[in-house]
Design a protein around this ligand. Structure first.
Ligand code: MEV
Length: 444
């Protein structure tokens, strides 16, 4: 067994797979066959998938589901979701249906500003740098004109460059801070390309400027990179209705009791960090699933959302609820940077179909759709939590996973679904049930 290798990345895909199965698995032939069975049968498509990453030896499948009946700003959407957790899609669909008859979701993009920074060290008199900043800015903008030309023609570009002094927090530490509009693209490549040029231009500008002498001529560029924290690229989504229109809930819970318990559940997620984490995780069940289905960067979206949730120094709920003048209102402000052009959005064959399913939305429209999927998810989770608890619905879906895992026959699946209608589902209980079924069969 050899667990390390040099030159792996240069090997052909088949050779990589062979080396992996021979050195890490007990039954290389079976594992190789299994991994190869997930190769796309269309070689061109497979080449596209391989191009998304490196050292690929197979494809990893996740379920692609849809949550229909979402009414957002009076338009109906069928939202694609890629997620492996049972009950997330069902919960989204059920919340969508609930709100479709109560005015639907209302969403609006508040702003779309993105951020990038050049972090640098400099030993000099800051006022001197400030004094030449206007001409430095001109130079920076001129040096990136080839990169920005196309973005300006699409209505985007750089709309602000600032110089920031952070020496009170770290010796000799400064930033060039820039704000960007990247239209329908997420803009990471555009922003990072601009920032890297800013870094080298800044260095060169100071080195050759007559106002700087000796060590002042030397700037150390630490790094140039976009910030995934975009609190000014933000969307609001909300639902509201008279409390009396909320209807009746399981266990005969009336609308007023439901509204007050729901309100308290959101309050608790604002007060208690432990609860806030789970609460927001549920929101991201919806957000990530649509982000993945549309080939958006869910890691960037999550990182931004969690930072925003902690913006006042404590990690809190991303959603809010109010009960005023007999009206139930539930909403979320979500900073989210995403794209409907560029990246994998049109390259990934299914992401392309997801966007088509959504009516080929602009980035702003997709911000509203994704935030709404998150709000719907949170509504569904809290609705279950404050009424029946989540396990009832969850375990019903989980039952199928357990049955599949135990390779139950179709006959036993039907019997198990019936048997577990009003019984607690657990791995052991299901295994015992299947053993009993087998015993019964033997006796016949
Ligand atoms: C499970 O994936 C998500 C929930 O735990 C979210 C929540 O508790 O609000 C149900």
């Amino acid at each position: 067994m050899k667990k390390s290798i040099s030159g792996f990345s240069k090997m052909s895909k088949r050779k990589k797979l062979r080396w992996i199965v021979e050195n890490f698995f007990k039954d290389p032939e079976t594992v190789a066959r299994e991994l190869m069975s997930f190769w796309h049968r269309n070689e061109d498509q497979q080449r596209i998938f391989d191009g998304f990453s490196e050292n690929t030896i197979s494809n990893y499948y996740l379920p692609y589901g849809v949550a229909p009946n979402f009414t957002i700003n009076q338009q109906t959407y069928c939202i694609p979701m890629v997620i492996e957790e049972s009950s997330v899609v069902a919960a989204a669909a059920s919340a969508a249906k609930f709100w479709a008859t109560r005015g639907g979701f209302k969403a609006k993009v508040i702003s779309t500003k993105k951020v990038g920074q050049v972090h640098f060290s400099w030993e000099g008199d800051f006022t001197k740098l400030q004094a030449v900043f206007e001409s430095l800015k001109e130079r920076l903008l001129a040096d990136v004109s080839l990169i920005t030309k196309n973005m300006y023609s699409r209505g985007g570009g750089i709309y602000d460059i600032q110089l920031r002094d952070l020496t009170d927090q770290e010796e000799n530490y400064y930033q060039i801070w820039a704000n960007f509009e990247t239209c329908d693209s997420m803009g990471a490549n555009f922003i990072n390309s601009v920032l890297e040029v800013f870094g080298s231009s800044l260095k060169d500008f100071v080195e050759h400027h007559p106002d700087f002498q000796g060590s002042e001529k030397e700037i150390t560029i630490i790094m140039a990179i976009l910030s995934n924290y975009t609190p000014e690229c933000i969307v609001r989504t909300e639902v509201s209705c008279p409390i009396s229109d909320l209807g009746v809930f399981p266990e005969n819970m009336d609308a007023t009791t439901f509204a007050h318990k729901f309100y308290k559940a959101v309050r608790i997620a604002h007060i208690d960090t432990n609860r806030a984490t789970t609460h927001n995780k549920g929101i991201f069940n919806g957000i990530d699933a649509v982000a993945l289905a549309t080939a958006n960067d869910f890691r960037a979206i999550e990182a931004c959302g969690h930072t925003y949730a902690a913006r006042d120094g404590q990690y809190r709920s991303l959603t809010n609820c109010s009960l005023e003048n007999g009206v139930f209102k539930f909403w979320m402000d979500l900073p989210i940077a995403l794209g409907t052009v560029g990246g994998l959005t049109k390259l990934h064959p299914i992401a392309k179909r997801s966007l088509e399913l959504l009516g080929n939305p602009s980035a702003e429209e997709l911000m509203m759709i994704i935030a709404t999927a998150g709000l719907a998810q949170n509504f569904a989770a809290l609705r279950s939590l404050v009424t029946t608890g989540i396990q009832k619905g969850h375990m019903k879906m989980h039952l199928m996973n357990i049955l599949n895992h135990l390779e139950a026959s179709q006959e036993n699946i039907i019997a198990a679904k019936l048997y577990f209608t009003d019984r607690a589902v657990s791995f052991t209980a299901v295994r015992e049930f299947l053993a009993q079924q087998d015993l019964k069969k033997e006796r016949v």
